[in-house]
Design a protein around this ligand. Sequence first.
Ligand code: PMP
Length: 417
Amino acid sequence: MNSLFEKAKSCIPGGVHSPVRAFGSVPGDPVFFRSGEGAYIETESGQRLLDLCMSWGPLILGHAHPTVVQAVQEAASKGLSFGACHRGETDLAEQILKGFDWADQVRFTSSGTEAVMTAIRLARGISMRSKVIKFDGGYHGHFDSMLVKAGSGLATSGLANSAGVPEAFAADTIVLPFDDEAALEQAFIDHKDEIACVALEPVPGNNGLLKQRQSWLKRIRALCNEQCTLLLFDEVISGFRTCYGGVDGWMGVEPDLTTLGKIVGGGMPIGALLGKRRMMEQLAPNGPVYQAGTLSGNPVSVASGLATLRLLEDPAVYERLEQLGAYLEEGLAAIDGVQVVRSGSLLWPYLGDQDIPRRADAIEAVHAERFSPIHAGLLARGFYLPPSAYEVLFLSTAHTEADLDGLIEAWTLEMSA
Ligand code: PMP
């Protein structure tokens, strides 16, 4: 029995503060961690595990990177929060905008959820329309109108929707399958001039890694242009993951709004919404679309994000991450029964029998059934994977080929066990 978890359950619902942490779909109890360094985390019982979750993405430079920690310590020593303007906010906004040549302004929030929520409100405010298109398996945070057929924790728990979301809210959310041009075109016909925004992860990473075709993304852009619908790229995971900035650059499809989180806070809470001036100026105080936050742009998150992004400006970092990603892909894909989907340092080992899926309903149930004992086996061998078959593995610059060799070897043993 894990006594820490038992104790947590008595005063915290389910013992966790985010459902996917509860090990609901993999064997065993959640692991309690007490420290992290580089690519490793240490449990409360003193076990050292190779981390393939990395706090779900923010720790692209590894746990407790000395430069980031120093920046956080310096900022914290000068005050944790002002709830008022400080120069670091502008520094981080400028640093982020270097990665997005089409965008002019950034608004910070304290989480990815808030950033997307603000983006949807802004799109509705600008277009004076209420309907939003999202895709089955796309996760955009836990606010009402996006909690319909979402990935992440909902996929893990097998829930399509959340209780407590009024039908009227869900009615304004149109859910379409990924990779289906006909469904998309039909939605634009059925709801002609009613759609405020199409929201998607351009590299969907919350329900497996459902890589999309560029032609399909271009079709979305064209339809949005025809009906003055805004295109929102939710890059909370993919932003600054494969290159400095967003994936829009290498995908050749430009959104109207982008949301960020995770990496831009370097491990501290943050979210960000960015776009062109004429749209962003519609946010309060200049415009009529309200948004606010007590801790938005707090100096500690800003310092952590700034230190991280400054290190990411060196192209060698992304070359290294690409190398590591390719190395792990090659090693895992060589194991009988494993196919690997990869985008840079994000990997999704797929254990189904059919081809790699591009939409949520094509993920075979057998994938999760097979993943579950592998998760437990790898944990026992010293590897911490995200506790869900639907979540991707995250690498950092702190991982090494030797670390990955260990994982490949352990995975091979587990597959033949
Ligand atoms: N959008 C995407 C694409 C995400 O992956 C997430 C979180 N995994 C969110 C939004 C929500 O971010 P947060 O958990 O910081 O609220």
